[in-house]
Design a protein around this ligand. Structure first.
Ligand code: PYC
Length: 310
């Protein structure tokens, strides 16, 4: 399996160029379901230690159904197949530039949730225009052991998010253990209370917002991902969901730009245009850097061939 690794604001992406499973030629949403149900061991083996690393997201390149797209892609982490991934799309675009497959300008990429576009501004700076994002529920409260009532919004940005602002705990890089524990507890409380996205879709990401020390930043966030790792970047799909909330609350205007900081201090520039279905079309600009190119080996004699599964 031939892979190229990059990171986007510290969050790793592993692009799988070849050697992935055959998922057929159906719609990307059906191919993503097939990856999730029939090839779980394989995609986990690519993400888990010792072959992968904590927080890594995989990007399996597939043939697009839309001939205008430069590629199709299915994203996943060590726990789940994702609908979309913003940092992954920035990393994928930087990888395609590194390979000489795309150059400056705008290119389309097909994902299981729809076609997104990337504008290559320089080899490392990419602007992603995401699918229409929306808030579906405002001011939902859950009881969390040891914390009390936590209130947030349910919003969709290609994945489902519970967005809590202000955070009940300090959003800072020296508080990651507590942030992780509390966001996991919030996700469990949402499940226990039967709170979900559309058609029962699980809310598998939780975001807490707090103030930033950077006077140029709108806020600092902490994002819990399905695999219980935190996003080192500000999370592209999470920022999309957040933009939908800010727009719905009248706190950010169409075309206005903000700087969103992650818990480790990396940042995205964010803005939106009004969408056709009462949501927003988000733009996320960030930087990615290619780090490694490798061939992964799956030796049947390796006792940890499928990764360290505890
Ligand atoms: O950037 O959208 C994102 C993302 C999702 C999970 C990790 N990163």
């Amino acid at each position: 399996m031939h892979v190229i690794d990059s990171h986007t604001g510290g969050e790793p992406t592993r692009v799988i160029l070849d050697g992935g499973p055959d998922l057929g030629s159906g719609p990307l949403s059906a191919r993503a379901r097939l990856l999730a149900t029939e090839h779980r061991d394989l995609y986990r083996a690519v993400m888990l230690e010792p072959r992968g690393q904590v927080a890594m997201v995989g990007a399996l390149l597939v043939e697009p159904t839309d001939p205008d797209c430069v590629t199709g892609v299915i994203y996943f982490d060590a726990e789940a197949v994702l609908g979309m991934c913003g940092h992954g799309t920035i990393g994928l675009a930087a990888t395609l530039v590194h390979m000489g497959r795309i150059g400056p300008g705008v290119h389309k990429i097909e994902t299981p949730v729809g076609v997104v576009s990337v504008e290559v501004q320089d080899p490392n700076t990419i602007k992603v225009t995401n699918i229409e994002s929306r808030r579906t529920r405002k001011g939902i409260s859950v009881e969390v052991d040891g914390i009390g009532t936590v209130t947030g919004d349910v919003a969709y940005g290609g994945n489902w998010f519970f967005i809590v602002d202000p955070s009940p705990v300090r959003v800072a890089s020296d508080n990651i253990r507590q942030l992780t524990d509390v966001t996991i507890a919030v996700r469990e409380a949402l499940i226990a209370a039967g709170i979900s996205g559309d058609e029962g879709a699980p809310i598998d990401h939780v975001i807490f917002y707090g103030p930033s020390d950077n006077p140029d930043a709108h806020s600092r966030n902490f994002v819990l991902c399905p695999d219980n790792a935190y996003d080192r970047s500000p999370c592209g799909t999470g920022c999309s969901a957040r933009l939908a909330c800010l727009a719905a609350d009248g706190k950010l205007r169409d075309g206005e730009e903000i700087l969103q900081e992650s818990v480790i201090g990396s940042s995205y520039r964010l803005s939106y245009r009004d969408g056709p279905n009462d949501g927003v079309i988000p733009s996320i600009t960030g930087q990615a850097h290619v780090m490694a190119e490798a061939r992964l080996i799956f030796n049947p004699a390796d006792p940890f061939r499928d990764g360290i599964v505890l």
